[in-house]
Design a binder for this molecule. Structure first.
Ligand SMILES: [Zn+2]
Length: 330
């Protein structure tokens, strides 16, 4: 049963602590992913580090009150709001930071996302390509790069990698690694079969992959979400919310997210058939409320990722209309 903690830290399940409320603001550096502390006796492990001094202090205070020291920190993926405090926690507690090998390079050097040669070699396409395909300007691309360098730069030295099927322990409690790519190539979910809890990073986030290809991947995302739906999940902890509790509620939440994104996919096909062709035109035509500029950006990123999967499947191709890059059904 989920209980309120006696002080302002969030909620806990027996042995599974949730530190920090989700941020209402998505677009500033105070955004911080939810940190999960998996505790048994005097041992604990941490899933996602959050970002920002407030979250860091909250977590340190919490661990001191519980009289526990983390044995490991697992990062569900390479985004700064999940990795930001990892280096400081690693320094303070001397525990290893672990994540999937596919996300390790950008966690260690976030600016690699803007290195065309590196991206082409490792991811098979560049972020610059994605911006071009979304008709975003060179200035927008450079501004994104500056923002990562200035506000979102939290590199961490990753001590080890985790793969699908790996098991890590806290006391005699075992957590299974479920590789869940889509939001990023190396996204992980951590499954605690003993209480049916899963910590899924940003995978179940509405708007779908929410990253443009090649940072996100729609077909992978769909497959990962379906894998979670098939698990016996009774507690769903994810990146920016309080955990959902109860098997039916968890299942409904996961299925709902999946089905909304599949409806988005169907609407994208409909938009292309009606002659909408740029990423912006397609995004404009969707029945999704995205007035907030940050949400609008996430929406375009998801639309791009979905269109890219259609391109891989051969149902959509890229063409030009004057200066604009367009998508057309093939
Ligand atoms: Zn993320």
């Amino acid at each position: 049963m989920l209980k309120r903690l006696p002080f302002d830290l969030g909620y806990y399940l027996p042995g599974v602590f949730f530190a920090g409320k989700p941020s209402r603001r998505y677009d500033d550096v105070s955004l911080s992913a939810t940190v999960y502390v998996i505790q048994q006796g005097s041992e604990c492990g941490i899933i996602d580090a959050g970002v920002g001094m407030h979250r860091f202090r909250m977590l340190v205070r919490f661990l001191a009150a519980q009289r526990v020291t983390p044995s490991w920190i697992v990062l569900t993926h390479d985004h700064y709001d999940h990795t930001g405090n990892a280096s400081a926690l690693q320094d303070r507690y001397g525990c290893p930071v672990l994540m999937h090998a596919a996300d390790k390079p950008l966690a260690e050097q976030p600016l690699r996302a803007f290195d065309d040669d590196w991206m082409l070699g490792v991811r098979g396409a560049t972020l610059r390509d994605a911006y071009t395909q979304m008709n975003r300007s060179e200035e927008e691309y450079l501004s994104e790069q500056r923002s990562v360098a200035r506000d979102r730069y939290h590199p961490v030295a990753v001590d080890g990698t985790l793969e699908d099927g790996d098991v890590i322990e806290v006391g005699d409690m075992q957590l299974e690694v479920v590789h869940s790519p889509g939001h990023s190539p190396g996204s992980l979910s951590m499954y605690l079969p003993a209480c049916g809890a899963i910590f899924a990073g940003d995978l179940p986030m509405w708007l779908g992959p929410a990253r443009p290809h090649p940072l996100g991947h729609y077909a992978d995302w769909l497959q990962s979400l379906n894998r979670l739906v098939a698990l016996e999940v009774r507690v769903l902890g994810w990146g920016h919310a309080v955990p959902t509790v109860g098997h039916r509620r968890c299942r409904r939440f996961l299925e709902n997210t999946r089905d909304r994104v599949r409806r988005m996919e169907a609407e994208i096909v409909g938009a292309l058939n009606r002659g909408k062709c740029t990423t912006e035109e397609v995004a404009d035509s969707l029945t999704i409320d995205a007035d907030d500029p940050f949400v609008r950006r996430l929406l375009e990123d998801s639309v791009h990722t979905i269109l890219h999967t259609m391109r891989e499947e051969g149902t959509v191709k890229i063409s030009r209309r004057g200066e604009d890059i367009c998508w057309r059904a093939s």
